[in-house]
Design a protein around this ligand. Structure first.
Ligand code: BGC
Length: 532
């Protein structure tokens, strides 16, 4: 029997190194996560997605895997993973594991074997080794993290890495690579994983002949205008058809979720055709600005595009790769969203103003039908951390662009649990792999729990109502509303979001939840209300 839970689930992203540190070394771990799962149950989410915790030299925070079927000692052991799954399932939470198939770490035994083998050998055939053009690389591709996408090895050949030089791309036309990943899927499914979030799911297959490609000036590094010879090639879909069949061998509705940064929702929806993946992140929604017409447009497009292939739409505002939405939605035009922000960035908004807007956006998202993603710490209203000292930064983007792009450390700072504890309760020893701002005492979970008007209580209320009223399984009907506002009904809940500068009247009915105060019984700017 299947209940297709994923069609309406709220999925909470845990970034293991920044969630909770049981060992005290300043990096979060699996035991830390297990010990705090009851907080997530209490928040009202359905599923936990764990960013990578497999064996890795941590050059890209675990997105550089050297053993796909073991836990990195930094995060614990396979026994810790089993304990986490058991505790989560005991709390009626599902667990999704992050899988990184586009590339491995350069410390993966296969890559080490490739380096030690001859050009043209079977060992090199698992990766993308090519001859260069004289002293030049085989083509002009640039890495997503900046700099060339090719690195030369001692015998003169070059290998492709769409990301860091420590992340060589696999060759997905190689049967051994394909078979090994099917083994990895089964390994985690056998241990009880409920599915996978698939990293760079649009990148595995490259165009024949590896033609040169120069992205347009304003292209997003992970998406870009089409066609791009390394994103969204038709062949990737065959891989997911194979994986769909593997998951189908297991009980209990296991799922695949695509991280496919494609330029339109219509493109993204190709990953969730009936025999492929179950969900795909809606990056068009994440990238849309706080603008009533734009939001309405992307919501309509999403419901239409995903609906056309029989898949639920997903909704997401934050993750470990983008500026936290409690800052981003109020950023000035001067700071491009893709590059991170830091002390020299312009247009940094006032924190309270930006949070109000962020919470208004959350209250729109959690009222939409489909499945929603929450990134750890957004339920605390955490802003992006801007003043991380240069010498504490860790994102390869920062290093590969010589500090030109700040990268993603600002959304990865360990989260605060208790205002008065060392490292705000993240780690008993007070250690923290990225420094936490002093101002985070006010954001700590224990400083917000039970406090009317706190962001934490807002998330809890919205998630409870979403569940009680079946909004995830509902439908959306647009309602007329004043200019610069957005209004829709889902089931018996009416939502009004004020994206304009002036207050507007509340819709008729009882206020169920509001993302901020409602002075004089009206809905102020940057506020969303649920009425029913
Ligand atoms: C992940 C990033 C990672 C990259 C390379 C992504 O899209 O979300 O955090 O750096 O893939 O694996």
């Amino acid at each position: 029997m299947t209940n297709e839970w994923w069609r309406s689930a709220v999925i909470y992203q845990v970034y293991p190194r920044s969630f909770a540190d049981a060992s005290g070394d300043g990096v979060g771990d699996l035991a830390g996560i297990t010990s705090r799962l009851d907080h997530l149950r209490d928040l009202g989410i359905d599923v936990v997605w764990l960013s990578p915790f497999m064996t890795s030299p941590q050059k890209d925070a675990g997105y550089d895997v050297s053993d796909y079927r073991d836990v990195d000692p930094l995060f614990g052991t396979l026994d810790d993973f089993d304990a986490l799954i058991a505790r989560a399932h005991g709390l009626d939470l599902r667990v999704i594991v992050d899988l990184v198939p586009n590339h491995s770490s350069d410390q993966h035994p296969w890559f080490q074997e490739a380096l030690a083998s001859e050009p043209g050998s079977a060992a090199r055939g698992r990766y993308m080794f090519r001859e260069g053009d004289g002293d030049q690389p085989p083509n002009n591709w640039q890495s997503v993290f900046g700099g060339p996408a090719w690195t030369r090895v001692a015998d003169g050949q070059w290998y492709l890495h769409l990301f860091d030089a420590s992340q060589p791309d696999f060759d997905w036309s190689n049967d051994e690579v394909r078979a090994d990943f099917r083994t990895t899927l089964r390994f985690w499914l056998d241990r009880g994983a409920d599915g996978f979030r698939v990293d760079v799911a649009h990148g595995l297959v490259k165009a024949d002949g590896l033609p040169d490609y120069t992205p347009p000036e304003d292209a997003d590094s992970m998406g870009g205008a089409e066609p791009v010879p390394y994103w969204g090639q038709d062949g990737v879909h065959d891989v997911y058809r194979e994986w769909h069949a593997v998951l189908g061998e297991y009980e209990g509705d296991r799922v695949l979720c695509a991280e496919a940064w494609m330029p339109t929702v219509g493109e993204i929806a190709k990953w969730v055709r009936p025999d492929e993946m179950h969900q795909a992140f809606n990056f068009s929604y994440l990238m849309s600005e706080w603008d009533a017409d734009g939001l309405r447009g992307v919501i309509d497009d999403s419901l239409a595009a995903f609906g056309a292939v029989g898949a639920p739409s997903t909704w997401v505002l934050s993750n470990h790769d983008v500026i936290r939405h409690a800052t981003r939605l109020a950023l000035g035009d001067e700071s491009p969203q893709g590059h991170g922000i830091g002390p020299t960035s312009l247009g940094i908004p006032d924190t309270a103003f930006a949070l109000r807007r962020g919470n208004a956006a959350t209250a729109v998202m959690l009222a939409l039908p489909g499945s929603a993603y929450i990134y750890q710490g957004e339920e605390l209203g955490l802003p992006e951390v801007i003043d991380i000292p240069d010498d504490a930064r860790q994102d390869p983007t920062w290093f590969r662009t010589n500090g030109e792009r700040y990268g993603r450390d600002g959304c990865r700072v360990p989260i605060p649990w208790s205002a008065a504890s060392p490292a705000f309760g993240f780690s008993e020893t007070g250690a923290s792999w990225l420094p936490q701002p002093d101002s985070w005492a006010a954001y700590a979970r224990d400083a917000q729990a039970g406090i009317d008007g706190s962001t934490l209580e807002l998330y809890r209320a919205l998630l409870r109502l979403r569940r009680e009223r079946g909004l995830g399984k509902g439908g959306l009907e647009w309602l007329e509303s004043p200019a610069g506002t957005l209004s829709f009904r889902n089931g018996d809940v009416t939502v009004l979001a004020n994206v304009s500068a002036d207050p507007v009247d509340l819709p008729a009915g009882r206020v169920l939840a509001a993302s901020g105060p409602l002075p004089d019984g009206r809905l102020p700017s940057d506020t969303t209300v649920w009425v029913g």
